[in-house]
Design a protein around this ligand. Structure first.
Ligand code: GTP
Ligand code: SPV
Ligand code: MN
Length: 601
C-alpha cells in the first residue's frame, strides 16, 4: 500500500497523524485492501489541511467559490440531483434477530449484509484518495463523549466533518492506544452515486457503520444520525443514558435566572430556529443561548438530567432562513460556511427562497441550470443546507464545552400539525410526558426522500433514528424517569397549526419566546394553566401576548381542543400502537385509556 501522497499534500506533517491505536490501523488497512485506493490521507483537521482540501475541491469542481466579499471563506457544493436527502428506505439496522430492531426499522442479517457491502466496496476507491477522519463527539472532558473514525472517498465529507465534529489530534488523544477502547468504525464510499446501490447500514453490536452510494448529509456524515443517534441510542440503552434528536437551549431572565431545555422536533420542523431564537422587543433583558441544534445526549446525575451537544457545528436547513426569521443563523452563515444545493446569484452570492430582499433577476439554480423569478422550479432545493461551525453562532451558550453538561428543566416534543394539536400544553407527569412523545406525529418534510406533507407518527422525532426496538425505547424512557428525583417537566408544542384559509395561526420564530416564557413559568411554579383532557393548557391570559399583533379569535383557535379531532387523534394513537404488534409498554397503553377516559368526563 502506498503512503500518503506527497503528491497530493505538502509532505510536512503527513504521516504524523496516524493513530497510535493498533486496532484502528488494522481496520484502516483492511478497508484499504478491500477498496484499493490510490492514496491514504490521514486527516489531522488542521487549517492548512483544510485550505489544501478546499483548493483541490475548487479545482475539481466539487466546490464553487462564492463571492468572498459577500460570504468570506465560503463555498457552494451541488450534490447529484438524485442525492439530496436522507434515504430512510435504504437505511438498515443489522442485528442477529429482526426483533432487536423492531417494526419501525429496516432489518437485514449482519453476515449477509457485510458480504453484500464488501462486494460493493471491492475496488471502489481505485484511482481515488481514501481519507481517514478521526473525530470526537462531545466536549473533551465529558463522560458521554465518543470517538469515531470515518473512512471516506469524498472530500466534501471531510470538509463537512471538520465543521461538524471535533476532528484530528484531539480525538486521537482521547482514544489513546488501548486496543480494546470503544470507538466507532465508519466506512463511506460514494461508489457511483446510484440510488440502486445506496445503503446506509448500522451494526450496533460491532459499533460499525457502512454507507455507500450517497454523498449527501445524514447519509454520509456518519457522526450525525448514524453514530450520534442510531448507534448512540443503542449504546445509550445499554449504558443507561439518552441519545435524542433534540436541540438544547438556555434561557436567562433579566434577573439572571437560567434554565436549560431540550426539544425534539422531527427533521425540518424548527429545531435550529428554536435553538437560535431572539426574543421580541417586549422581552427586554431575556436571553436565549444555543447549546445544540440537532442532537442531545443526556445522563442522570443527582436525580437530574444533564445534557451535552455532541456536535461542533450545524447542518441546517437554508430555505426560509432570513434576518427576519433567524438573524443569529444569518450571521453564522455569513462567513466560513459550506453551502449545499442553494442557488448561485450572478454576483457570486448564495441565494435561496425566503432570503431577505428581492430575488435576483437571474441565478444558477441548485441543479446548475439558468433560473429567473419566472421559473417554475425552486432556485434552491427545499432541503438545501448550510454547514457552519457552532462558534459562528453569536448566541452560543458559554457552557457548550462543559463536560458535565447543562441541567435540563423541561423537555419539549413537537411536530408539524395543521390541525388538532394546540400551540402548547404540559403533561401531567413523566409517564404521561413519555406518552406525548411516543404518540407525536408530524407532516413529512423534504429532509427525507418520499412524499412531503403526509402526517406520520414520529415518536420523540426518532422514528428514522432509533437504533433498536421502539417498544424497548419507550420502556427505556419510562425507566429513566424512575431514576429522576427532579425530572424535567414535559411539554408538547405545535408552531404549525393552520386556520381555515390554510394560513399559519401562530407567527412562530422569535415569537415562540412567548411559549417558552410560559414553559419557564411552569418550571418555576408561577405559570397559570387550565386542566384539560390532554394536559395542562395555558388560557390566553396565561401567555404573555403584549405587543403581539394577533387576533383574539386566532389565539382561542390555536389553544383550542376540538373534541371531534381528538377522537380521531385517539383512534390514530391506537392504530399506531396496534401497528407495532404488542411491543408497547403496558404503562403507555394505560396512558391512552386514561386520555380517552378524560374526554368522557
Ligand atoms: P433538521 O436540521 O432537518 O433536523 O431541521 P430542524 O428541526 O432544525 O428545522 P429548522 O429549524 O431548520 O426549520 C425547518 C423549516 O421550518 C425552515 O424552513 C423554517 O423556516 C421553518 N420553521 C422553523 N421554525 C418555524 C416556526 O416557528 N414557524 C414556522 N411557520 N416555520 C418555522
Ligand atoms: C435531519 O434530517 O434531521 C437532519 C439533516 O438533521 S441530515 O443530517 O441530513 O439527517
Ligand atoms: Mn435533524
Amino acid at each position: 500500500m502506498k503512503n500518503p501522497a506527497p503528491a497530493i499534500f505538502p509532505p510536512n506533517g503527513i504521516g504524523d497523524t496516524r493513530p497510535a491505536n493498533q486496532a484502528v490501523l488494522d481496520w484502516v488497512h483492511e478497508i484499504a485492501a478491500l477498496t484499493e485506493p490510490e492514496n491514504i490521507f490521514w486527516c489531522d483537521g488542521s487549517d492548512r489541511e483544510n485550505e489544501f482540501l478546499i483548493a483541490e475541491s475548487l479545482k475539481q469542481n466539487v466546490l464553487i467559490k462564492l463571492n468572498q466579499k459577500k460570504v468570506p471563506h465560503s463555498n457552494l457544493h451541488r450534490s447529484d440531483p438524485n442525492d439530496v436527502a436522507r434515504v430512510e428506505q435504504f437505511t438498515f439496522v443489522c442485528t442477529p434477530t429482526k426483533e432487536e430492531v423492531g417494526p419501525t426499522n429496516n432489518w437485514s442479517e449482519p453476515k449477509e449484509t457485510y458480504a453484500k457491502l464488501r462486494g460493493l466496496l471491492k475496488g471502489a476507491m481505485r484511482g481515488r484518495t481514501m481519507f481517514v477522519i478521526p473525530y470526537m463527539m462531545g466536549p473533551p472532558d465529558s463522560p458521554l463523549t465518543k470517538i469515531g473514525f470515518e473512512i471516506t472517498d469524498s472530500k466534501y465529507v471531510v470538509l463537512n466533518m471538520r465543521i461538524m465534529t471535533r476532528m484530528g489530534e484531539i480525538a486521537l488523544k482521547r482514544l489513546g492506544n488501548d486496543p480494546s477502547a470503544e470507538w466507532n468504525r465508519g466506512t463511506h464510499s460514494l461508489l457511483d452515486i446510484n440510488p440502486e446501490r445506496r445503503f446506509i447500514c448500522h451494526f450496533p453490536q460491532d459499533n460499525t457503520i457502512i454507507s455507500v452510494g450517497s454523498g449527501y448529509g445524514g447519509n454520509v456524515l456518519l457522526s450525525k444520525k448514524c453514530l450520534a443517534l442510531r448507534i448512540g441510542s443503542y449504546l445509550a440503552r445499554k449504558q443507561a443514558w439518552l441519545a435524542e434528536h433534540m436541540l438544547i437551549l438556555g434561557v436567562e431572565s433579566p434577573e439572571g435566572k437560567k434554565h436549560y431545555l431540550a426539544a425534539a422536533f422531527p427533521s425540518a420542523c424548527g429545531k435550529t430556529n428554536f435553538a437560535m431564537l431572539i426574543p421580541p422587543a417586549h422581552f427586554k433583558g431575556w436571553k436565549v443561548t444555543t447549546v445544540g441544534d440537532d442532537i442531545c445526549w443526556m445522563q442522570v446525575r443527582d436525580g437530574r438530567l444533564y445534557a451535552i451537544n455532541p456536535e461542533n457545528g450545524y447542518f441546517g436547513v437554508v430555505p426560509g432562513t432570513s434576518y427576519k426569521s433567524n438573524p443569529n443563523a444569518m450571521r453564522a452563515i455569513s462567513h466560513d460556511t459550506l453551502y449545499t444545493n442553494v442557488a448561485l446569484a450572478d454576483d457570486g452570492d448564495a441565494w435561496w427562497e425566503g432570503k431577505d430582499g428581492d430575488p435576483p433577476q437571474h441565478a444558477i439554480d441548485w441543479r446548475g441550470n439558468d433560473w429567473t423569478p419566472a421559473s417554475k422550479e425552486k432556485a434552491a432545493h427545499p432541503n438545501s443546507r448550510f454547514t457552519t461551525p457552532m462558534r459562528n453562532n453569536p448566541a452560543l451558550d458559554p457552557d457548550v464545552e462543559k463536560g458535565e453538561g447543562v441541567p435540563i428543566s423541561a423537555i419539549i416534543f413537537g411536530g408539524r400539525r395543521s390541525d388538532t394539536v394546540p400551540l402548547v400544553y404540559e403533561s401531567f407527569n413523566w409517564a404521561h410526558g413519555v406518552y406525548l412523545g411516543a404518540t407525536m406525529a408530524s407532516e413529512t418534510t423534504a429532509a427525507a426522500t418520499g412524499a412531503v406533507g403526509r402526517v406520520r407518527r414520529d415518536p420523540m422525532a426518532m422514528l428514522p433514528f432509533c437504533g433498536y426496538n421502539i417498544g424497548d425505547y419507550f420502556q427505556h424512557w419510562l425507566d429513566m424517569g424512575k431514576r429522576l428525583t427532579h425530572p424535567p417537566l414535559i411539554f408538547n408544542v405545535n408552531w404549525f397549526r393552520k386556520g381555515v384559509k390554510g394560513q399559519f395561526l401562530w407567527p412562530g420564530f422569535g415569537e415562540n419566546m412567548r411559549v417558552l416564557k410560559w414553559i419557564i413559568d411552569r418550571c418555576d411554579g408561577t405559570g397559570g394553566a387550565l386542566k384539560s383532557p390532554i394536559g395542562w393548557l395555558p388560557s390566553p391570559h396565561d401567555l404573555d401576548l403584549v405587543e403581539l399583533d394577533i387576533d383574539h379569535k386566532c389565539v382561542a383557535e390555536i389553544l383550542g381542543i376540538d373534541h371531534e379531532e381528538w377522537q380521531r387523534e385517539l383512534a390514530a394513537h391506537k392504530e399506531f400502537f396496534d401497528s407495532l404488534g404488542g411491543i408497547v409498554p403496558e404503562q403507555l397503553l394505560e396512558q391512552r385509556e386514561q386520555l380517552a377516559a378524560r374526554f368522557m368526563e
